[in-house]
Design a protein around this ligand. Structure first.
Ligand code: EPZ
Length: 416
């Protein structure tokens, strides 16, 4: 297991290229199961979750060929089983359920277990697929799904779920007739998936709104498609500019997808503007506290909550963070407190008393975005911070220490 050792206190300056989006690439890779010809995907980030997905796709019978950021997924004879050993390392594996049922009428997918950030059930995925004609049983920890041909249905989600919307969108693309999905997730990654499916020949309307209509088709061809840039990676680098008092230009930064984040960072005193070369972020003023409540898109993303909390610790004055999406996403709080942060958690709310100062310490990463928050805190802290268990970070950030070192950070990776 590796750890990162960060010497803090250096303002970051320079240019960073934002990578392709992990959370868009994952469903799009699973959607390739639906196509009867090869899909060629560009701008796929080099991450542990992507490697896991390719391994799973191969086990399911696809042939995957990777050259840098370009991946070809060719259809083969599909097999229905997604084993527990892979699913437990990556919950997004459950996204093969809809495509397998649509293509071969059966799926045997390990039920994802608990997760560091919350219970994260998949009941909405199953309920929607049942409305389309699938039947499920639980057998030795596996969801066993069967169906004849999936049929279009009118499905209303209890809450906007990103994965649930994506699973149903994929299944409905090859179902008989029309499917209407209501109260769906409006996240840009859902839109990117819908656009990829459309490029393969699917008939989809309404992506990006809370109601999506899909007219099922009998076959999807392949397509060449470039995955959208990663808005959460970009948001993390915006915070890196603010927390170090530096100035960063982000190329390929999806500005409009980050509106809620950018407005909050600006309200804290950061200057963020769009230029011909990318998004320029700097922190000319002293940082001020702010209040944030996480919400489904277009609200403030839960995946940026831990990072903005690190910034709040370096601001002057009080901030309040309310986490409304996941029940246990404050694992970074105690670690930030080891670095001198003053934070009080009460239920789903964290109150941060900004002191404008953090001190390096050994800390432990508990999940992907908590890890990012600790790296950001380490960049701002006086002295040396050791972030342990960074395998979480490698799931979602492409060579983060190389990207940050190229703009002046002092980070090295060591085996623990
Ligand atoms: C996606 O997870 C992302 N993962 C998460 O990114 C992100 O935090 C989350 O959406 C919210 O934006 C990927 O895209 C691979 P949800 P997902 O279904 O799809 C409840 C990261 O750091 N729910 O939108 O699993 C659920 O428990 C990660 O990159 C049900 O109750 O999230 C949660 O409270 C982590 N039943 C809420 O809905 C269901 O059947 C939203 O979850 C499904 C969800």
């Amino acid at each position: 297991m590796d750890k990162l050792i960060i010497e803090g206190g250096v303002p970051l300056t320079g240019t960073i290229d934002v990578s392709g989006s992990k959370n868009a690439a994952l469903p799009i890779l699973f959607a390739a199961i639906l196509a009867s010809r090869a899909a060629i995907l560009d701008n796929v980030p080099d991450l542990r979750d992507i490697h896991t997905t390719l391994k799973l796709l191969e086990m399911l019978g696809c042939r995957c060929d990777r050259q840098g950021t370009r991946i070809q997924v060719a259809p083969g004879e599909l097999k229905p089983e997604a084993p527990y050993d892979l699913v437990r390392t990556m919950r997004a594996s459950v996204l093969c359920l809809g495509p397998l049922l649509a293509r071969i009428g059966q799926a045997r997918v390990a039920l994802p277990g608990g997760c560091a950030i919350g219970a994260r059930p998949v009941d909405q995925h199953l309920k929607g697929l049942e409305q389309m004609g699938a039947r499920f049983e639980l057998e030795e920890g596996y969801i066993m799904g069967r169906c004849r041909k999936l049929k279009g249905a009118h499905i209303t989600f209890d809450m906007p779920t990103v994965g649930g919307t994506e699973n149903l969108l994929m299944a409905a693309s090859l179902a008989d007739g029309e499917t209407v999905l209501e109260n769906v997730a409006r996240e840009p990654e859902v839109v990117d998936l819908a656009n990829f499916l459309t490029a393969c020949g699917a008939r989809i309307e309404g992506q990006g709104t809370s109601c999506i209509r899909i007219q099922g088709v009998t076959e999807l061809g392949g397509a060449e498609y470039a995955v959208m840039p990663d808005r959460i990676e970009a948001g993390t680098f915006l915070v890196a500019a603010g927390i170090t008092g530096g100035e960063l230009l982000l190329r390929h930064c999806p500005f409009t997808d980050l509106e809620a984040v950018i407005l909050k960072l600006q309200s804290m005193g950061m200057e963020i503007s769009v230029t011909a070369d990318g998004v320029l972020a700097k922190c000319g003023n002293p940082l001020r506290g702010t209040d944030v409540t996480t919400r489904p898109h277009p609200g403030f993303p839960t995946d940026m909550q831990a990072q903005i909390m690190a910034l709040m610790c370096m601001a002057e004055g009080a901030s309040v963070v309310e986490e409304s999406i996941f029940e246990n996403r404050f694992m970074h709080v105690l670690e930030l407190m080891r670095m001198g942060a003053q934070i009080k958690v009460s239920g789903h709310t964290a109150m941060v008393r900004g002191t404008g100062r953090l001190i390096g310490a050994p800390v432990m990463a508990s999940d992907l975005r908590a890890s990012a928050s600790l790296v950001l805190a380490g960049l701002a802290a006086k002295g040396v911070t050791e972030v342990r268990r960074i395998y979480h970070l490698d799931r979602g950030y492409e060579r983060i220490e190389n990207k940050l070192n190229a703009v002046g950070a002092r980070i090295r990776r060591e085996a623990e």
